[in-house]
Design a protein around this ligand. Sequence first.
Ligand SMILES: [Zn+2]
Ligand SMILES: [Zn+2]
Length: 110
Amino acid sequence: MNETRYKPAEVGPSDDGARLRIAWQDGHESLYDPRKLRLACPCAGCVDEMTGEAILVPSMVPDGIHPHSIQYVGRYALQFVWSDGHSTGIFPFEYLRKLCGCAECGEPSP
Ligand SMILES: [Zn+2]
Ligand SMILES: [Zn+2]
């Protein structure tokens, strides 16, 4: 297994500032729509831990939502503080990589 695939080299806003950009150590680059990322929040407040079903109601997440800050959690994940105040979601790198919707990776399954 290629470990560099799941390690970000750089995390920050895209050039146009509208999206989140992650450059991975294997050379791949992912661009995320912040709202899609917020909707994919895997925390216990957004997804039922027992059933895996989404609790989060998409209509509750405003357009134009964006991360206020991004922090590394250990060596395995990123934690976002969102402009709606939500901050409990921890996104493991592997999960983020799977959410990459570029042409090469294909649209992530809903
Ligand atoms: Zn959440
Ligand atoms: Zn990709």
